[in-house]
Design a protein around this ligand. Structure first.
Ligand code: ZN
Length: 159
C-alpha cells in the first residue's frame, strides 16, 4: 500500500492515450490498491491511472457516503455503453488543483468494465457519478474537463 504522486496539468502524460489491460497481473492489483489509498488520501471522487503516471485503461471512483464511508469501485478497460439526460454542474480534477468549472455532461452514465477478478460488470451512475464516470473515462484518452469547460469558477465561490 502506498500513496502515489498525482500528476498535474502540464505534464504530457495526462495527454496520452492509455493502453488496454490485457492481463490482470499482481502489478495491476498493486496499482489498484495504491490508487485506492491515493484517492482516499486526496479526498477525491475519482482517479484514473494516468493521473498517477500509468498509461493503462483503469480508473476508480469512490461511491461512498464520504467521511469514513468509502465504497471504491474499480474499472478496468471501461467503456461507456449508455448515457441519458443532461446536466451542467461543477467539476474539478485532482490533476488541476484548486480549480473548478461548469461542464456539460450526460446525467446518467452506464459503464461496462472488467473487475479485478477478470469478470465483466456494468455500473450506472447519476448526477455527481454521471459526471465522474465521463471525467475519469476521458482521462484514459488524454482529455481533461478544462478542454470543454463551459465556464471556470472562482474557487472561493465553490464549496
Ligand atoms: Zn480528473
Amino acid at each position: 500500500m502506498a500513496i502515489l504522486k498525482i500528476v498535474e496539468e502540464g505534464d504530457d502524460i495526462l495527454r496520452k492515450k492509455c493502453r488496454e489491460v490485457t492481463e490482470i497481473t499482481p502489478k495491476i492489483l498493486t496499482l489498484l490498491d495504491d490508487m485506492r489509498d491515493t484517492l482516499i488520501k486526496a479526498n477525491g471522487v475519482g482517479l484514473a491511472a494516468p493521473q498517477v503516471g500509468i498509461l493503462r485503461r483503469i480508473f476508480i471512483i469512490d461511491a461512498g457516503a464520504g467521511e469514513d464511508q468509502h465504497e471504491i469501485i474499480e474499472f478496468i478497460n471501461p467503456r461507456i455503453i449508455e448515457t441519458k439526460g443532461h446536466q451542467e454542474e461543477v467539476e474539478g480534477c485532482l490533476s488541476v488543483p484548486g480549480k473548478y468549472g461548469v461542464t456539460s455532461r450526460p446525467m446518467t452514465v452506464t459503464v461496462e468494465a472488467t473487475d479485478r477478478n477478470g469478470k465483466t460488470f456494468t455500473y450506472t451512475g447519476s448526477a455527481l457519478y454521471g459526471r465522474c464516470l465521463c471525467h475519469e473515462n476521458d482521462h484514459l484518452d488524454g482529455i481533461l474537463y478544462i478542454d470543454s469547460v463551459l465556464e471556470m469558477l472562482d474557487p472561493d465561490d465553490v464549496e
